[in-house]
Structures are given as structure tokens and as C-alpha cells.
Design a binder for this molecule. Sequence first.
Ligand code: ATP
Ligand code: MG
Length: 299
Amino acid sequence: MSDTTRLRIAIQKSGRLSDDSISLLKAIGVKLQIRDRLLIAHSTNEPIDLLRVRDDDIPGLVMDGVVDLGFIGENELEEKMLERAAANKPSDFKTLRRLDYGGCRLSIAVPNELDYQGVQSLEGKKVATTYPYLLERFFAEKGVNAQAVMLTGSVEVAPRAGVADAICDLVSTGATLEANGLHEEDVIFSSKAVLIQKSGELSADKQAMINRFLPRIDGVMQAKESKYIMLHAPKAYLEQVKSLLPGAENPTVLPLAQNDETVAIHVVSTETLFWTTMEKLKALGCSSILVMPIEKMMG
Ligand code: ATP
Ligand code: MG
């Protein structure tokens, strides 16, 4: 039997969520040694085991309490909740964080030649999808009688293959749809990756470890959105310069050695500094304007 004192985290083995989930764990200080074919990966510096599985299995593993945490797309999570509700199984878990990757939408897409006037146009038609529960909920909300046809893969070829009249699939850019003569019509669910925890109490040690990691996750996500901006500015135009800097109510203003007319300004900004703004700063006499990425942030 496995060591129950180690935190168990379910993660997609290979697919669209794998790399970003592993990068996030590494960014918060969890060292990992992953061997491609193995189901389990151990952390080398924390009492953590990764269970590497198909994403379909992750919600159930968390809800059944087999693992402590899971990284999963909200689309998959919501579908599994509906599936379990239909089978009278409870779906207990806590969402700890909505993450900044895995963004996509579950959308209805139709062949370009279909005259689509809204979801009512699908009345009596067949729609291929990997997410029958989410799709049927949408049809029920809209009062449309259409049939969800379950396909676990190659959903986008279903209309051409004569298996369905339209599809309901995950979209991020729309390129796959276009390549198959389809286009997106209605977004039925917008999704990102989330970190979920099983319900019920964990041991004090495990909970303390999670509580230590959550601010780190926040710090990593915040850092990705933020920039560190540095520049030299003429003292005489300090107010004008400050008003041009995005999201900088209280920048740090530092004197420069042997230069009474110029100051250095440092600011952390959550907004981008556009080229046009940099040009305006330069026109005011600013120099050495630097915009730098931030790796980590705390407090
Ligand atoms: P598995 O073999 O683990 O079952 P899968 O084929 O079901 O993999 P992936 O295609 O790797 O799944 O997608 C995993 C998740 O990534 C999706 O459920 C969704 O949350 C997210 N995702 C982000 N962008 C996209 C996209 N463009 N297409 C599909 N999924 C996306
Ligand atoms: Mg899957």
C-alpha cells in the first residue's frame, strides 16, 4: 500500500494540461523527476507523489478521495459532476484556485453550408460531442430537442462522415474547425484549468503543505501578469511621467548620484507599457526605459 503521509496529486499524463501543470509545480518549488512511461512520479524535495493519468479520470480520483489534489479543466470537471449526478453519485471537492492556463471554450460548430439561425436550427438533429451531459444541459435550457451523439475522438469529422449534423467541441483558435469546413456558433461553456482538493480533512501536515503552496501559486500567476518598469526621468516632469505609467499610483522615486535634475523611477505594473507610451516618456526627456519580466512575487 502506498505511503499515506505523502501528498498525492493527480495530473494529466500527456496532453494539453500536462506541461503547464508540471511547470506550475516546478515554479512553486516542487522538484520532480518524471519518467515518461511511469504512472507515478515522486518529488525529490517534498513529500509529494504525482499520479499521471488521463484527464477523464482526474475528477473521479479527487471526488472519491483517492488523491488529495488534482489539476483539471473545468469542462471535464463539470461534465463529470453532471455524469455523477445522473448516477446518483456525489461530487464532493473544493476548488482551491482557478489557474491561468488550459483556456478553451466548449462550442457548437456547424458545417459552413448549414443555414444556422441559432440553436433552434438544431431541432431534431444529431450533434457529436465528447461532452454529452454539458450539451444536453444546454439543449434543455434552450428548450431544443436535439440528440447528443457521444464520440471520444475525431469529433470534428463527424458531419463529413455523416454521423452527425453538427458538433460540440473544445475550441481555442478555431483552426481545427476551419480545416474541417466547420465554424463556431454558440459557446456553451468557457473553461480554464483549476486546482481541486478532495473534501474532508487532510492530515495537519498535508494541509500545512497545501497552505504553504497556495500563496506561491498566486505569486507565480501574479508575476506572469506583471512587469518591472525602470526609467530615468527629469525631476521637472515627474508628475507628467507618473501619469503616463500604467497602474503606478506610488512608484519608487530614487535620487541619482551627482545628478540633481534627474531621478530613477521603479514600478511594478500589471499593465503592459506600450511602445507609444514609451515614446511619450522619451519625448518628456526620460531615458534608460526598461520593461522587465518578473519571475516570482510575494506580498
Ligand atoms: P487524455 O488522453 O488525458 O484523455 P484528452 O485528449 O482528453 O487527453 P487534451 O486534448 O489533452 O485531452 O485536453 C485536455 C484539456 O485541455 C481539455 O479538457 C481542456 O480543458 C484543455 N484545453 C485547452 N485548450 C484546448 C483545445 N484547444 N482543445 C482541447 N482542449 C483544450
Ligand atoms: Mg480526456
